[in-house]
Design a protein around this ligand. Sequence first.
Ligand SMILES: C[S@@+](CC[C@H](N)C(=O)[O-])C[C@H]1O[C@@H](n2cnc3c(N)ncnc32)[C@H](O)[C@@H]1O
Length: 458
Amino acid sequence: MAKTVHDPVPGLVITVTGDDLDLHGNGLARWQNWVIVVPSLLPGEVAKVQLQQRKRSRWFARRTESLLPAVDERRPPCILANDCGGCTLQHLEDTSQERWKQRQLTTSLSKIGGIAQPPSPLEPTGDHGFGYRNRALIPLHRDGEGKLRLGYYRRGSHRIVNMNHCPVLDPRLDELIAPIKRDLDLSGWPADSDLHQGDGLRHLGLRLGVRTGDVLISLISSTEELVDLRSMAKRWMDRWPQVKGVTLNLQPKRSNRVLGESTKVLAGQAEIEEHFAGVTLMLGTTTFFQVNTPRAEAAVETLCTWLTECAGPSNVIDAYCGIGTIALPLASRGHRVLGLELHQASVDQARHNAKRNQLDRVQFKAGDVKTLLAEALPHHGALVVDPPRKGLDPDVVDQILHCPPQWLAYLSCDPATLSRDLKRLSTEGPYSLDVLQPFDFFPQTTHLECLALLRRQT
Ligand SMILES: C[S@@+](CC[C@H](N)C(=O)[O-])C[C@H]1O[C@@H](n2cnc3c(N)ncnc32)[C@H](O)[C@@H]1O
């Protein structure tokens, strides 16, 4: 039975009002100087919750009764939203998600970055809050009765939430899920994303060229020993003309990395074509490409326009360049670009993409930005950085501060690390912010992309 004393102990039931959300979409409330963390509690919602576990100054709790819903709560459009770990904010109206993201960014900038300048408003998602993802990597598992389960993991676990539809996926990919799942089920192939039961299929990969309609299907498996694999691939290509290729990616390692090193073509092509910001890109099974094509394009267009208007044709470094998503549109607008990227396969793809677009004023080097940047900086008037979530390595910031280019564009997927890096660039360095533009690449989740455009003042 729930305890009724007012000491914060496991089992105590208390009444709280949601105050904010954490970065995983959990509700945060305050009670007697404690922070109470409650899954899916919304700001403004009043609920009875039961304390479960304490971690430092936080108590984790579960909702036992909702007393008053938040005004902007909604029934999640996906029937699996309460269980599936893929989306964390579906129960909150899109406009409130946008307001929360905007506030998060402003708070990060001021608290972590000491930056008072408010960011530009987020473009409203409007009708685009669903059906936007151009890619899916979905775990697979065959259960004790031999039935294939396909879906994302339940929040905080590795248990698959079985699905046939995913409404954040582009409908052109979503409609393939159920028939592919049926075929995989009937194939009898073993499947276990975690490899606890032995070798077999691990994930289904789907990728779409949003502008071309081309689809690439990939099976990620620990083994090639899957009977009649190629005939299944051929059947899919015959059934769906938009499928331009079916590949097998081998990932025999038990690691958090979904994709392995080696990819084989089972039928058709290894890559599909996409049109993006004025260039043509080829996308393969393991290629990094932003999941929201129109939003990513808006960010790249903003960056290209700003740099072209401010600097005219320049020598630009694109650090963390991937397959050239920013470097190639810049080169097509007359800039001379040097792309730096750690992942050799992405560099090969970027070179291939440059050739395909007949762009010869762009060059790519494979390696760590930390070791390549210092030598390149003195010969370039502009620098673009698009690092992973952890932001810029302190050594990289040191190198920029030592030889600061006139123009600096920073595309970030984490407001906290962006704020940290902007603080150093503007207080220890000579930069001021021209533009701070958030883009909602990931509606229904807490993630936010942000573009910061900086100019050297001295
Ligand atoms: C957020 S992605 C951006 C890719 C590209 N700009 C785009 O928009 O598609 C970050 C890229 O940085 C690369 N990367 C990560 N750490 C790196 C490092 N230390 N040096 C160079 N590249 C790195 C990753 O391989 C990845 O391609």
